[in-house]
Write a protein that binds this ligand. Structure first.
Ligand SMILES: C[S@@+](CC[C@H](N)C(=O)[O-])C[C@H]1O[C@@H](n2cnc3c(N)ncnc32)[C@H](O)[C@@H]1O
Length: 271
């Protein structure tokens, strides 16, 4: 049996012409926008962006691909190709002070979650407005799932604390070369952090969410007991609207934030 080799650096290149236009169209009018592209590859999306946006900064880790694009766009002063690892790049430094940028990318799937967390941090800093991102369908379904449905979990809650998420369309493996083993979905995110609105501290609430979702088969109370809250603290803080046996997956972010605020008060009282 011949083993199928995974392409290095998640390099499955988009070859479907209508898909590459649809991805760029999803960002709307770009004539006054700075756009950061993650992983331009051979430029399937870059070519269209270069003709449409005010400024394009494309971040590519692969040296030969970065060199290929630098050469191709040598006469386009609005296009900047940076050979770098997106995860080691401070996105805030790419955007002029007082401005916002949009992000686009057919992501390298092996680092999707890390890239999302990086974008949420930049979105919280007010630097990013929107992102259109292609990722593995199963991951996109988790990012965009509503509470109570099977796919809802920590990634959904984290994403939806940071952005409004639209699930746009899904592509078959045949849209890429080489074809990946999975289907791919394009999401659009409008960065709109909800921490202030829900009265929660961003860092502490992110940690709280991790505790709440620590073990899927456990109830929310049991996950919080395992995180160190006492039965008494939980019973004093538990909101009447949340069933005692609820799982984290069933709670809307508003209820999660209510529980967090109530527990914070009870813990502060017991100190
Ligand atoms: C799925 S391919 C997409 C390529 C191209 N945008 C397309 O749609 O055909 C992912 C791209 O991300 C690049 N890449 C992988 N890891 C990266 C990283 N850490 N930082 C920047 N680019 C990376 C790969 O070299 C590859 O070009």
């Amino acid at each position: 049996m011949q083993m199928k080799r995974k392409p290095k650096l998640g390099q499955n290149f988009l070859v479907d012409d209508s898909a590459r236009h649809a991805i760029v169209d999803a960002l709307g009018d770009l004539s006054k926008r700075t756009v950061i592209e993650i992983g331009p590859g051979h430029g399937a999306i870059t070519d269209i962006l270069a003709a449409r946006c005010h400024k394009l900064i494309a971040l590519e880790l692969d040296r030969s691909l970065a060199a290929e694009l630098t050469f191709r766009f040598r006469d386009h002063p609005q296009v900047q190709i940076l050979e770098c690892d997106v995860l080691k790049t401070d996105l805030l430094t790419l955007v002029p002070e007082g401005e916002t940028a949009d992000v686009i990318g057919n992501l390298p799937y092996y680092i999707t979650s890390d890239i999302l967390l990086q974008l949420f941090a930049a979105g919280s800093a007010g630097t990013l407005a929107r992102a259109v991102l292609m990722m593995q369908r199963e991951v996109a379904d988790r990012v965009s799932a509503a509470p109570g449905v099977r796919d809802y979990g920590l990634l959904s809650a984290t994403a939806q604390m940071n952005a409004q998420v639209d699930n746009l369309f899904t592509l078959a493996p045949s849209a890429f070369l080489p074809p990946p083993d999975v289907y791919s979905t394009v999401l659009r995110l409008h960065f709109a952090p909800r921490f202030a609105e829900l009265g929660v501290d961003p860092e502490e609430f992110n940690l709280f969410l991790k505790q709440c979702f620590a073990q899927k088969r456990k109830t929310l109370q049991n996950n919080l007991r395992a995180a160190g809250y006492s039965a008494e603290q939980l019973s004093r803080a538990w909101p009447a609207s949340v069933p005692a046996q609820a799982r984290a997956e069933s709670l809307a972010l508003e209820s999660m934030a209510e529980l967090y605020r109530s527990l914070s008060h009870v813990v502060a009282d017991s100190d």
